[in-house]
Ligand binder design. Structure first.
Ligand code: NAG
Ligand code: NAG
Ligand code: NAG
Ligand code: NAG
Ligand code: NAG
Length: 392
């Protein structure tokens, strides 16, 4: 009886919500969006949702409704990409797929369509005006670099004649849009926690995060990311020893090491970051595509020749297990709503077509990073949507 009533109520609520959101999308787009709610199940989690006020307007009907912007599918949209090679002079050779000969261009023409709402189109002028005087920093590895470059391109495209000052230090790379006082900064850090050179070699300190912290906490927006390097071994492994507490060992379980480091980071955010001033994001795990088995093409060993995204809203292989660690550790901090997860994993998993493959300045097979223009532009749309609700 109770269950049935709950079911009826939630059904009613979904209908109500869909109507509101269709109205909103209609207003935003000039065309309504057909949704098949059977294909993608609704998944709401208070920490990851975005509020969207109903276009219907007045205060009684203006309940804010929620839509998980990370759940949806890719749709063809001929108005994409949001900028191109000729309009962004900053694209590095790692990501500059068009310049390095990528012949197909369909991969540039997809827009992320959340199941129950529509993302605002990235508006660079609005971004610069809204975040005037603010410092936005990406902290992490080359996937942060990928994300950061995309934002610089998106903003530059909106204001091509604006004065930009570029400055590099040993750990940071800064683009300042002078007319707006907005700085978009990359802070290079593979593991977020410290690695110190000692007599025995490079020691990865799972409990210590003092190297970058003083710089990071002066920012207005921080977008952290780490994972890629935690699994590396041999010459690519960026440490020689691991220290946890007083114990120094040659190696340890990588998932455990990652969990401990992320916990150190989360505690640092909770204790050292003024969450009134600084909005903190964690960039979800970015997937790679080296195993066709994951997307039901067994035998395929790379992203080479992939020209289309997967249709639908779920990935055959499911989520990589490390995402469980991320959500688990973040949930301890998220209860206070301090860290926002940019839950980009599934939507990026669907984009087996969006990697450089061999079309980069190195000619080696890269199914880890992403072409620009391309997928990270969508990550920035998602960031923009979330930031806009945090700095209304
Ligand atoms: C809001 O709209 C509803 C329906 O159109 C109307 O009945 C109600 O009086 C309005 N409320 C206010 C505060 O304007
Ligand atoms: C790149 O941008 C220029 C200028 O906006 C435009 O003329 C051209 O068609 C664009 N190229 C692509 C591939 O979108
Ligand atoms: C980077 O520069 C800062 C300040 O100039 C210095 O304290 C720090 O040791 C440098 N870091 C590296 C890795 O060289
Ligand atoms: C946190 O930041 C807000 C906004 O900038 C400021 O008013 C407040 O004093 C800061 N709190 C602390 C403890 O520094
Ligand atoms: C990709 O396509 C090219 C041309 O059709 C072909 O020569 C090559 O073997 C393909 N590569 C893979 C990994 O399937």
């Amino acid at each position: 009886m109770g269950l049935r009533r709950l079911h009826e109520r939630s059904t009613w609520f979904c209908v109500f919500l869909s109507v509101l959101l269709m109205i909103t999308s209609y207003e935003a787009n000039g065309k309504s969006i057909k949704e098949n709610s059977n294909t993608c199940s609704r998944r709401i989690s208070t920490s990851f949702m975005i509020r969207e006020s109903s276009a219907a307007g007045n205060s009684t009907r203006r309940r804010s409704s929620s839509c998980d912007i990370f759940q949806g599918r890719w749709v063809f949209d001929n108005s994409y990409p949001l900028y191109n090679l000729t309009t962004c002079p900053f694209i590095r050779r790692e990501f500059n797929c068009i310049k390095y000969g990528r012949p197909d261009s369909l991969y540039l023409k997809y827009r992320w369509q959340p199941s129950y709402c529509t993302l605002p189109r990235f508006d660079g002028k609005d971004f610069l005006t809204r975040f005037k005087g603010k410092k936005i920093m990406f902290v992490g590895d080359s996937l942060s670099l990928n994300f950061w470059q995309s934002l610089v391109c998106l903003l530059h495209f909106a204001v091509p004649r604006a004065n930009i000052i570029q400055k590099t230090t040993n750990t940071t790379n800064i683009y300042t849009f002078q007319d707006y006082g907005v700085s978009v900064i990359l802070y290079h850090s593979l593991l977020l926690v410290d690695t110190e050179s000692e007599k025995i070699g490079r020691v990865l300190k799972l409990d210590s995060i003092k190297n970058g912290g003083d710089v990071w906490k002066n920012m207005d927006v921080l977008i952290f990311n780490t994972w890629l390097w935690w699994g590396r071994r041999g010459i690519k492994q960026p440490w020689d020893y691991v220290q946890h507490g007083n114990k120094i060992s040659k190696d340890m379980d990588r998932m455990l090491a990652f969990r401990l480091a992320l916990t150190t980071w989360a505690k640092w955010v909770a204790s050292d970051v003024n969450s009134t001033k600084t909005k903190v994001f964690f960039q979800g795990i970015s997937p790679s595509h080296y195993n066709g088995h994951d997307w039901n093409q067994p035998g395929i060993k790379s992203c080479s020749n992939q020209t289309e995204p997967l249709s639908g809203c779920s990935y055959p292989a499911g989520l990589p297990s490390v995402t469980t660690i991320v959500k688990d550790v973040l949930s301890k901090v998220l209860s206070k709503n301090i860290v926002h997860l940019l839950d980009i994993t599934t939507l990026s998993q669907l984009r087996k077509d969006a990697h450089p493959s061999a079309f980069n300045g190195f000619k080696n097979m890269d199914c880890t990073h992403w072409c620009l223009p391309g997928l990270p532009d969508t990550w920035n749309q998602l960031l923009y949507a979330q930031l806009s609700s945090l700095f209304p």
